[in-house]
Write a protein that binds this ligand. Structure first.
Ligand code: AHR
Length: 545
């Protein structure tokens, strides 16, 4: 019976099935058209104006500095594989990492820490016999000291970067630090200089920046501001750079430990150091005050670095924008005691700090790096650029395999993160001159969080070319920029944009190109530039005249 029924109804059923398929296709096609039109129409218009004749401070290239601590795989495996490794290397340093870092023109690298710096004894890391120690701060693992002063300097030479050495104030002595600087910098035939030559480097090294301690208010020795101040004066006085090339010009900058937040504890710290600076005598000096500020929302870090949605995206971006308040607060105190802005504010640890990746050693601070982090990086770099007169250095934490890294490695594999591409796109802003931009940022709202929809900076590079960076924070709506460009005759505008399918899109060893910049161009007519920005994107363009 069923067979007869089926055979009688068969052609009709087939006819109706075909009809349903055709209807479904028509409906999907119509929905796609509606969606496309809606998204085209949904682009919010933002008017922006730039007047090139109103140039401001220089954006010091050192705000694009990096931080490499002996922590997890930040140094070992990330940079150093040793000369006998099958991973291609030059004198033990990974070639792939060197090539990648050269492309982002790293201005300086802060080393050897972090908390590690206040337990580092430089003599363990020189000469043919290295002393094997422990790394109690970061997982209690073995520290082989195979990457020491000479390897760090060789690495800097290979990528073309400057040294930012953090000396041990917490558990070292002024004598130990003074000897280290003499070992690195003197050209005179002292016993330490001869030892340096015997270890392969007769010429003095260049030490551009000297950090006097690290977080001396916490892991660096839990000091009070007054106690730190008296220590810092001693180190500033006796830890000298003897390099003949760094006496009159290119003098080493001495950077004191500064605040780690913006409550009364931190404003008191900045007050103490800066008040003393105002009255300092010939015997000590500083050129910078450091500041640390991680985007973490709550402690211990609990936000996931991958596998999150719009809620966590907006919460993290809201939190990262606190950087503006912190810089303004501490800059105002610095202005009080140093109106000429001789002392730079150096944000030498910043970035997103998330929960460790499941299965990783929690002491290694391993996290993924997503499109959210790229947008977070752009927002912070823009804040630094807007404060270019005072913020003349910053070091994102950390360069490889740790926290908000540029690069991740796993044995012979290497992948570039979304944050790496931000640094690459921002290269033209290194040492460019800040140009004010005015725009109505609009608002992007998610739940009870409201954020500016758009952020932007502009600058003139060393050859006079105008560059714009525009971030569209809104993960759902495109933005159409209408920029009024005064002071130049614009002909065309083109550059790169960085976005991805999802706010938590990441690059992996298997799929390394999910978040990668692609070309973009704007339309220039009658001095006006129009440019459409995709949702959750950042864009850097230059204007040809
Ligand atoms: O970047 C990781 C750690 O964070 C650094 O060692 C320390 O200075 C800070 O607390």
């Amino acid at each position: 019976m069923p067979l007869t029924l089926s055979s009688n109804l068969g052609p009709k059923i087939r006819y109706w099935r075909r009809q349903v398929i055709v209807m479904r296709l028509i409906v999907s096609f119509a929905l796609a058209i509606v969606a496309l039109t809606a998204s085209a129409m949904a682009a919010e218009k933002v008017a922006l104006s730039v007047d090139v004749s109103k140039a401001g401070a220089k954006i010091n290239r050192n705000i694009f500095g990096q931080f490499a601590e002996h922590l997890g795989h930040g140094i070992y495996d990330g940079i150093w594989v040793g000369p006998d490794s099958s991973i291609p290397n030059t004198r033990g340093i990974r070639n792939d990492v060197v090539t990648a870092l050269k492309a982002i023109k790293v201005p300086n690298i802060r080393w050897p820490g972090g908390c590690f710096a206040d337990e580092y004894h430089w003599r363990n890391g020189i000469g043919p016999q290295r002393v094997v120690t422990l790394n109690p701060n970061w997982g209690g693992v073995i520290e082989p000291n195979t990457f020491g002063t000479h390897e760090f300097m060789d690495f800097l030479d290979q990528i073309g970067s400057d040294a930012y050495i953090s000396i041990n104030v917490g558990s070292g002595t002024p004598h130990e630090a003074a000897d280290w600087l003499e070992y690195m910098t003197t050209a005179q035939p002292t016993t330490l200089a001869k030892e340096r030559a015997a270890n392969g480097h007769p010429d003095p090294y260049r030490v551009a920046n000297l950090g006097i301690g690290n977080e001396s208010w916490d892991c660096g020795g839990n000091m009070t501001p007054d106690y730190y101040l008296s220590q810092m004066k001693i180190y500033s006085r006796f830890v000298r750079n003897f390099s003949p090339a760094q006496q009159d010009k290119q003098q080493m900058l001495k950077i004191a430990v500064g605040p780690g937040g913006d409550g009364p504890r931190w404003t008191e710290w900045t007050e103490t150091i800066m008040k003393a600076y105002q009255q300092h005598t010939w015997s000590w000096d500083i050129n910078g005050l450091s500041m640390h500020n991680y985007t973490v929302v709550r402690w211990p870090p609990a936000f996931a670095s991958v596998g999150f949605g719009e809620t966590e995206y907006s919460q993290i971006l809201k939190s990262t924008l606190d950087m503006e308040r912190l810089i303004s607060t501490h800059s105002a105190i610095m202005d009080k005691y140093d109106p000429e802005k001789k002392v730079a504010l150096i944000v030498d640890e910043w970035g997103a700090w998330y929960a460790p990746l499941p299965g990783s050693n929690p002491g290694f601070l391993v996290q993924q790096n997503s499109l959210r982090d790229a947008i977070l990086a752009a927002l912070n770099l823009n804040i630094f650029a807007r404060h270019a007169d005072r913020v003349r250095g910053a070091n994102i934490a950390q360069m490889i395999n740790v926290l908000q890294a540029m690069i991740m490695t796993d044995r012979e594999n290497m992948v570039l993160t979304p944050t790496y591409y931000v640094y690459k796109m921002y290269v033209p802003f290194q040492d460019a001159t800040f140009v004010p931009v005015t725009f109505d940022s609009g608002t992007y709202t998610h739940g009870d969080i409201s954020l500016p929809r758009v952020d932007a900076i502009a600058a003139k590079d060393t050859r006079g070319k105008l560059w714009l960076e525009i971030t569209n924070l809104d993960p759902n709506e495109a933005v159409e920029i209408e920029a009024n460009l005064a002071g130049i005759t614009a002909k065309s505008a083109a550059g790169e944009t960085l976005t991805a399918p999802k706010v938590d899109s990441v690059n992996t060893f298997e799929a390394p190109n999910t978040v990668r910049p692609k070309p973009i161009s704007g339309k220039v007519e009658g001095g006006k530039l129009t440019l459409k920005l995709e949702p959750k994107s950042l864009t850097v363009i230059s204007v040809e005249q």
